[in-house]
Design a binder for this molecule. Sequence first.
Ligand code: SAM
Length: 325
Amino acid sequence: MPEPSPRELPDVAVDAWSGVHRGPLRAGEWVRLTDQKGRKHNFELVPGKRFFSNKGHLEHDDLIGREEGFAVASSAGGEYLVFRPLLSEFVVSMPRGAAVIYPKDSAQIVALADIFPGAHVVEAGVGSGALTCSLLRAVGPHGRLISYERREEFADVARRNVSRFFGTSGEEQHPAWSLTVGDVAEELPASRLRADRVILDMLAPWECVDAAADALVPGGIVCVYVATTTQLSRVVETLRAHGGFTEPHAWESLVRDWHVEGLAVRPGHKMMGHTAFLVTARRMAPGERVPMKKRRPAPGAYGPDYTGPRPADVPVQAEDPVAEL
Ligand SMILES: C[S@@+](CC[C@H](N)C(=O)[O-])C[C@H]1O[C@@H](n2cnc3c(N)ncnc32)[C@H](O)[C@@H]1O
């Protein structure tokens, strides 16, 4: 397979790599207003336009030209904090085609799938482009993000969201990004690309394990995001049965806010509980296999009722006599 060649970096503003804009607010940029009850309002700054709320209105022209991080009063006495949205705020408020990966999981993916500046990362599906924004930030200008999305209408939503976040316009996109409309299980093998990381977020990721394995460099990481336990089981067993990956690691993250006020220091009432499961496994070098496990599978784990993919070294277990009682 051809090795990727180093790329000439296009002459673009630093903003284009990060989506972070500095200096006074400009027309065409998005701002995020927070009212006194903590409600958020996101809109694009357009000269001459007004923002309306239940507390009257604000002139966009009164925001344009100011440094973010200020409070402003509306015509009927409402007070609003004005900032540019952070990436974690942008992705939960942007228009959606498909469900997005939430920041708590994107953060886990970037850290635990070890996405690094300069990495060559394959991603599928793109959906609304939420994870795409985090991956582009993490690979930076010297990396590459090669994304696949089966549905043209979702690809369009993702293109718009990504270009809105990175502040690119028209046909121009983030310089490290390419988006192919098609099935990753067909398009990735046909491209003969090599990847350091492959990230899968789709209904049936087990159908793409062979394509991911063939594209990954030795030591590369496949990372899969799935919402249900049945998907989790099937993708983990498919990775095991493939034989070219290390033992898959599966986990989820739960995030709980805390209320900290004087003597009232306690967990918040709401928490971000289950969103999805994550799985990672590392690609073995060609022809190498993981040594057989010393520990036997849990009793009944692969008994006669188990019908999923079966690792080559795991025979059908006899009925568990204890479970029979
Ligand atoms: C839940 S969405 C992805 C959301 C996205 N990760 C985000 O953060 O916005 C799943 C997407 O995978 C796409 N998809 C499913 N199977 C695919 C495949 N084999 N190849 C490419 N895209 C696929 C679907 O069309 C859908 O848009």
